[in-house]
Design a protein around this ligand. Structure first.
Ligand code: ZN
Length: 156
């Protein structure tokens, strides 16, 4: 098990062919076994496991290309699925946004990477436990600012 691991940056990618191998070795040897994150809902009736995460990168016309580069780089570096670059508010989101979806085993590298490279963009991150209202309202992880979500679509 390797103790040292360099966080990926914008220069990591095709020019660094060892990168993906090292990243996956690191993830599966050190991070995945620790991701037994459990959520106890207030009801106490069931215990829900976090199935995955979304990171919604917010932008406007003036920051759209910056956001596209950030999302494409995330999808290149990590096992992250990039959604569409919306040019209108969609779902509960008050601003234009692009969704990054990923599994709980990589949250420990994707979250700090976004924190380092979002460069002023607002990022709204939330877990997926099966309770959409709670995930967007109570479990929200905001970077940069807290924006007002339209929670009415989840019954909020
Ligand atoms: Zn989402």
């Amino acid at each position: 098990m390797s103790a040292a691991f360099e966080m990926p940056g914008p220069l990591c990618g095709p020019g660094n062919p060892d990168y993906q191998v090292k990243l996956f070795a690191h993830l599966f040897n050190t991070i995945a076994p620790k991701q037994a994150v459990m959520v106890r809902p207030q009801s106490g009736v069931t215990v829900q496991r976090i199935k995955g995460y979304h990171a919604h990168v917010y932008y406007d016309a003036s920051t759209m290309e910056q956001a596209r580069e950030l999302c494409e780089e995330a999808a290149r570096l990590f096992p992250v699925t990039m959604g569409r670059m919306h040019q209108k508010p969609v779902g509960p989101h008050p601003d234009w946004s692009c969704q990054l979806a990923f599994g709980p085993e990589v949250v420990g590298v994707v979250l700090p990477w976004l924190a380092l490279y979002r460069k002023g963009l607002v990022v709204f991150m939330h877990p997926e436990t099966g309770d959409e209202l709670a995930d967007h309202r109570d479990h929200a992880i905001w970077m940069g600012a807290v924006r007002p979500l339209d929670l009415s679509i989840f019954g909020g």
